[in-house]
Design a protein around this ligand. Structure first.
Ligand SMILES: NC(=O)C1=CN([C@@H]2O[C@H](COP(=O)(O)OP(=O)(O)OC[C@H]3O[C@@H](n4cnc5c(N)ncnc54)[C@H](OP(=O)(O)O)[C@@H]3O)[C@@H](O)[C@H]2O)[C@@H](O)CC1
Ligand SMILES: Nc1ncnc2c1ncn2[C@@H]1O[C@H](COP(=O)(O)OP(=O)(O)O)[C@@H](O)[C@H]1O
Ligand SMILES: [K+]
Length: 539
């Protein structure tokens, strides 16, 4: 039997759509769990958590918004529980036609003399609001009388805690259906809903937490599959994937040789930041192909790196490798792009034509887009990882539907190109050609700053080089490609985000320039590994 900790770790990785959640719920009910019993369990866990987050005596007055379905039912059971814990609870139920179970709970709450108001204004003096209007059953845009009510509540100043999802969000796309609650906090029930991990939802979700409902893993996996394609990144999964321990008899070339191709006189920092990101990855050997005029600055900051002086244009951009250099099989991976400028077309073409595993970013991506993304990559044999931000993604895939759903856009891009595609942003989404998808659930807007993507490119390049270096030399291209998993790429995205979070905690969100970020990569990893170890020991 799986231990409760392992089960919870697996549950934390699962992401469901509304349809999948409905199927899981149906299986549990068909197996004999009464709907009302599950609702009691949900609401008792919610009430406990709410009382811990907002302990008496302040806040005392709690206003609860009740919708027509079972989200409203949950809210009413929470109302009853908080009432008995000593909170001064009042309800607002703006609809008259309720589902049967919800109606029963409303009748009982009223019998307990918990006041229920049709007008939202009565709740304005509450210290805390709980949003139980709609959960994953919402399918249509909100209109009168609920839409104006939500707009009004969003203008008030008390914290709002949403049950399952902020009411008004689409469960799968995270898009606002007309209007949606702007929650301070969302307590998601049972399993993570896809919409909560979509970038569009972020301003509405606040901080998000999963309330485990002990849904049987067999029922969950029967619906999402034993190895679900779409998974939420977790610290445990990332730590398990990172190359944290080294074989005792290893040597530098066994720990990966990474070639960085980056920088120009104009974007000198691009090469440095990529190099510092790569350094933190632990890669065994680092070579940097950069304009020759950057050598003194790079050597001063990265004394361990081999600098390959490239001839440069009068503007200080690389156009080609030096004539003495051959792009041979001594490199386990190349990370290319930050700070290059569009003058680097020939060198990027040469790299794309090589058999070397490649992380492509920034101007490397813009040059690829000009060459024709899909045909160029379809011809490429070696593993390729693209790390575009939204603008670069649109240039790479002009026909994409990225504005509708980032996750499906990334999946399609990966399937069309055979590359692993990582779409940057507040919620990084990563997919491979087989549809395996990861979403990084936690980050900080402190990273929205020039150069922080360069750090990611170097870090990612170092991780890829180490993964490739582990393989025997005669490994086939197919096996080399499959050795670079979405989990490895997600572990890099997770690590980068954790460094940003730790740096922001220590230095405020204003203090996380890209150079500072590089200095937090190792401390953040240390902190996370220690936290994971202490969890293991305490279990
Ligand atoms: N699955 C689980 O494991 C568990 C689920 N649980 C809870 O149940 C929640 C899901 O409950 P749910 O299915 O009743 O849907 P919910 O989100 O409350 O709303 C649907 C209602 O809204 C109505 N409606 C829809 N659109 C509308 C609109 N635009 N404007 C106005 N009305 C609109 C719609 O009416 P209709 O479409 O029939 O007109 C229907 O009555 C889930 O989020 C969680 O909180 C837990 O209790 C137990 C464990
Ligand atoms: N609002 C945000 N929240 C969290 N992370 C963000 C946010 N905005 C950007 N990032 C992250 O910061 C990095 C920015 O990369 P990029 O746009 O390539 O910048 P640059 O090219 O200047 O280095 C990416 O890793 C991205 O995921
Ligand atoms: K809700």
């Amino acid at each position: 039997m799986i231990s409760p900790q392992d089960r919870l770790e697996q549950i934390q990785r699962i992401i469901v759509t509304a349809e999948q959640m409905r199927s899981i719920e149906s299986r549990v009910f068909a197996a004999g769990m009464p709907i009302a019993a599950l609702m009691e369990k949900v609401a008792s866990k919610l009430a406990h958590r709410i009382a811990a987050l907002y302990p008496l005596p302040n806040p005392r007055r709690v206003g609860i918004l009740v919708g027509p379905g079972h989200n409203g039912g949950d809210a009413l059971v929470v109302a009853r529980e908080l009432h008995f814990k000593g909170y001064e609870v009042m309800l607002c139920c703006p609809v008259s036609k309720l589902k049967e179970l919800t109606e029963g709970h409303l009748r009982y709450a009223t019998s307990l003399e918990i006041p229920c108001h049709p007008q939202i204004e009565s709740l304005q003096t509450c210290d805390l609001l709980i949003d139980g209007l709609f959960g994953f059953g919402l399918e249509r845009s909100l209109t009168d009388p609920i839409a104006p009510l939500i707009e009004q509540v969003n203008h008030w100043h008390q914290p709002i805690l949403s049950i399952d999802l902020p009411s008004g969000l689409h469960t799968d796309t995270g898009k606002v259906l007309g209007v949606a609650i702007r929650a301070t906090q969302t307590l998601c029930l049972g399993l993570w809903k896809l919409g909560l991990l979509q970038e569009e939802a972020l301003e509405h979700v606040g901080s998000a937490e999963l309330i485990d409902l002990d849904l049987p893993l067999t029922d969950v996996l029967a619906v999402v599959g034993d190895s679900p394609l779409v998974q939420r990144g977790t610290a445990q999964a990332a730590i398990a994937t990172l190359p944290l321990s080294r074989p005792p008899t290893t040597h530098k070339y066994k720990m990966g040789h990474l070639l960085l191709v980056c920088g120009s006189r104009r974007y000198a920092g691009g090469a440095l930041l990529t190099g510092l990101g790569a350094r933190a990855s632990g890669v065994g050997m680092l070579s940097i192909a950069a304009p020759e005029s950057l050598k003194p600055a790079l050597s001063a900051q990265l004394p361990e790196a081999l600098i390959i002086d490239c001839p440069e244009t009068p503007e200080g951009a690389i156009t080609a490798f030096p004539s003495s250099f051959s792009l041979d099989s001594s490199f386990d991976a190349i990370a290319c792009g930050p700070g290059l400028t569009s003058d680097a077309t020939a060198i990027v073409e040469q790299i794309l034509a090589s058999q070397c595993p490649l992380v492509l970013d920034a101007d490397g991506l813009n040059i690829l887009a000009q060459q024709g993304t899909i045909p160029t990559l379809q011809n490429r044999q070696a593993p390729t990882i693209l790390t575009p931000h939204l603008g670069e993604f649109k240039r790479l895939f002009p026909d994409s539907t990225v504005t509708e759903c980032r996750v499906t856009a990334v999946q399609r891009a990966a399937q069309q190109t055979g590359a692993i595609v990582l779409l940057k942003g507040a919620r990084v989404a990563i997919a491979d050609a087989q549809g395996n998808t990861r979403i990084n659930p936690e980050s900080t807007p402190a990273l929205a700053r020039g150069g922080s993507g360069d750090v990611l490119t170097g870090l990612m390049g170092g991780l890829v080089a180490q993964a490739i270096a582990k393989l025997p030399k005669e490994t086939s291209e197919d096996l080399r490609t499959s050795s670079i998993s979405v989990d490895l790429i997600q572990s890099g995205a997770w690590w980068h985000a954790q460094a940003g979070i730790l740096a922001a905690q220590e230095r405020t969100e204003l203090g996380v320039d890209a150079y500072t970020l590089t200095q937090f990569l190792i401390p953040a990893l240390r902190q996370q590994v220690d936290a994971a170890d202490s969890k293991t020991f305490s279990n």
